[in-house]
Design a protein around this ligand. Sequence first.
Ligand SMILES: Nc1ncnc2c1ncn2[C@@H]1O[C@H](COP(=O)(O)OP(=O)(O)O)[C@@H](O)[C@H]1O
Ligand SMILES: [Mg+2]
Length: 1029
Amino acid sequence: QRISARGGRGLLDMEGALTARDRVGIQDFVLLDTHTSENAFLDNLKKRFNEDLIYTYIGTLLVSVNPYKQLDIYSKKQMDIYMGVNFFELPPHIYALADNAYHTMLAEANNHFILISGESGAGKTEASKKILQYYAVSCPSVSPMDRVRDRMLLSNPVLEAFGNAKTLKNDNSSRFGKYMDIQFDIQGEAVGGHILSYLLEKSRVVHQNQGERNFHIFYQLVEGGEEDLLRQLGLESNSQHYSYLVKGQCANMTSVNDQNDWRTVRNALSSIEFDNGDIQDLFGVIASVLHLGNVQFESDNKGNAKLNNSAELRWVSTLLGVSVQVLQEGLTYRKIEANTDEVLSPFTVDYATYARDALAKAIYGRAFTWLVNKINESMENKDLSRKTVIGLLDIYGFEVFYVNSFEQFCINYCNEKLQQLFIQLTLKSEQEEYEAEGIGWEPVQFFNNKIICDLVEEKHRGIISLLDEECLRPGEATDLTFLERLEEKMGSHPHFVTHKLADKTTRKTLERGDFRLLHYAGEVTYCVVGFLDKNNDLLYRNIKDVMRESKNAIVRECFASMESDNRRRPETVASQFKSSLVGLTDILMSKEPWYVRCLKSNESKQPGRFDDSLVLHQVKYLGLTEHLRVRRAGFAYRRRYEVFLQRYKPLCPATWPHWKGLPADGVEVLVRHLGYQPDEYKMGRTKIFIRHPRTLFATEDAFEICKNDLASRIQAQYKGYRQKGEFRKQKEAATKIETCWRGVQARKEKERRQWAVKVIKKFIKGYMTRGEAKTTDNSEYLVFVRQSYLNRLKNNLPKTVLDKTTWLSPPPVLTETSAILRQIHMRLLVRKYVRGITAQQKAQVSPAIFKGKKDNYPQSIPQPFVETRISEEDINIKVLQMIRHERIKYSVPIVKYDRNGFKPRPRQLVLTQTAAYMVDDAKINAACLIAGVSVSPLSDGIIIFHVANEDVKQKGDLIMQCDHLFELLTKLSVVANKQNAIKVVQGSITFQIQAGKEGVVDFSSGSESMVYKDRNGHLMVVSHATVAR
Ligand SMILES: Nc1ncnc2c1ncn2[C@@H]1O[C@H](COP(=O)(O)OP(=O)(O)O)[C@@H](O)[C@H]1O
Ligand SMILES: [Mg+2]
């Protein structure tokens, strides 16, 4: 909106500044309570300067104090902070101004300019660079390559090299005025640039005051140029060698690094479309100027200048591509036209030197113009779509030296003009605003410098007119006749004084050849010497003709155009300058202004030094306090009703939280509630105007207090609101997710069912055709049948070898397989069983003695043999001691039958490795050699040990009954390893009662087992008949 263009931004920022006002001064002078006090103004600047806060506003105007040190406030991060931000609460900054100008331009689609002013060394050029960088970095960019932006940035070091020089005031002083348009397209992209340059201080090429230097480029080339290049140009790598470089006696200085700068410039030149030819020609120009400076004239016997064919002259001739003779002639003669004839008239040495310097200045000056044009070409935007511009004006600042000459006169005149423009624009805008708001204008006292502008530029009466007249008039005009003319015409002017016109005390401070102007920025005494020459800037026509023939394209081009056949005198320098300033004023007047006012903190370029009187002087002459007065004329603060109400409405119950009516009425209610006195404010058409800052401060303080209170209430409400919103959102989300999930589930279920139907169908078909050969229909079913049969079979296999019944009947397809498996499984079981048989078990079955021979053998098989039947504890200790050397292999209780009466007696039979012992309690009854063992084929347990005949002590055979007959006999046979000794005897068994006397044991089967002595004297053994074998 329009409001943000002028005044609006500063106002927007103002309340933010209020909060900071007690911290480090005030960020906006408009809010300074004692706004008319220069000391208060200075104090505020100083306070902030000491905290490295170099920027302060006066409304929209930015005051900048040169810190002479690098501050960490120009980073990309800082740019981002200021970019597009509506300024609230942000400290003043050059970026803020740049950004505000930019956004206003975009919003209003109109043109703007930023006027950067201040005296030499105050930081104008730095400020303009910061602004340019800000635009280059921050503006949106759609084009793939930012060529234009790069070139805009790169053009800077080049122009500075050719147009800046060290002066006493500034090591990098701009010696030309620069106005640069940055063109933006509708999207806000920087798409083009154009530079206008103003009056380069050419005299510097041939002369520098003590402590000053020529333009940087000369030193950069000589000190930094590559060996090859220097050889090509015939230059020595030593500035001391060139008379044009040492006039100020400070060619080399520490604060400037010519070598580094050379590289920067060299690279920049390549980047802005200077081809090698251009670059060569350009350095050819620079070198030729240096050589020209070293060309010396001698006087011949008539006092005329004579030029030897020196090396320097030859270099000039080579570099400019002009023959030595022609050059020689051009430098020592002038062509005079007498009627139709041309006569050559020789120069005196002085004249020749003058002509030489004039040539050097002309070449350099024109090459500079060529350079600017060339840069403009490279930044040009050829697209015809609508563009808006922001102009950056960085022009030489007000200058006062010990001796001031024509250049200072022009420079200071220029500053005078800009000050005039500034006054007109600010007053105008201020008055316009009052008018627009319908508030009476209260006139402000301020110094209008129009009177000085007129003194300098007025037609026919101004200094420039008189100077031109003096230059052009026939007859002997000199600088001093010019001074006399001035005295005649200006005699009584309050801003003009000379030695002659001055009163006694002033006269002491003036030389006879001086005139003094009382500029808006202070008094400056100018020495008239050289005014006429410099204003004429004469270059003899024949040397111009010579230059037009130059083989150096730049020189040829520079001299070709204009004056070729124009016999009229060219416009004087001052007139040219004056009209260029008129042109500039026109350019600026058509645009919206923004101002940056740069102040020098001290004269010695030192960081941290704030020279009160120096700064105060600048504050005064820059009219800062006046500007402030204008801005404060009557009212310190103004604000659109909506905005004012929006901010302060919490302070009044009637306006909080909403005011339903017109904003203006709301504001009226609000300020009445706050107790504003009628003379403290005025209600405009769209704005409220507040007279004193303190009224606003009080309001703002009240707001601060109220804000805290409000904050918690708003916070609570906001939280609730957020919470509700959050809950609703979550619920919506949940429903959505649920729906989705259900869908997914349903689709899954459907798929599952479809699959199931298919599988079941196939299963049934397979079942129905299960008996048929494998087809596609039943193959899967058969696989299933197979699998399930095998799985079931796996869990129902027979567990023992003897189990012949357990086997799942197979489905038809597996009949054969099943049979094979059964066989395999049986083999496996058998194998397992056999592997598991212990030695003893083997022994148990090994004797084939009884198999099929004794009736109860089959019943005995399932009963496993045991280690022994009587544990050692149950054997009498004495017995154990007796046989302690032998290991007991087996013991078993038996019943022994006497040989004669067959009386049964319980005994223990103990087998060791060597013998079988019959133990009767503690006594071993018998130990004898056993020759054989007989048993019956029936189910009884009778065993007869046949004792060997040769046994001397033998009493007769042993008859016994043992419940574990098989076990005992097997063990015995294993121990004795004599299986053949055991005989199953059919019928009766004869035994020896004693040597030569035999007894018989008869066996029979009966329903009851019995053992008794039969009537025939035999032992009768009846055994329970077993079931069929
Ligand atoms: N913002 C700044 N920060 C740091 N140094 C600065 C700043 N502005 C100016 N300077 C210093 O002051 C010198 C002179 O500034 P310059 O812009 O060339 O002055 P002007 O153009 O007004 O004559 C610079 O070379 C630099 O050393
Ligand atoms: Mg400058």
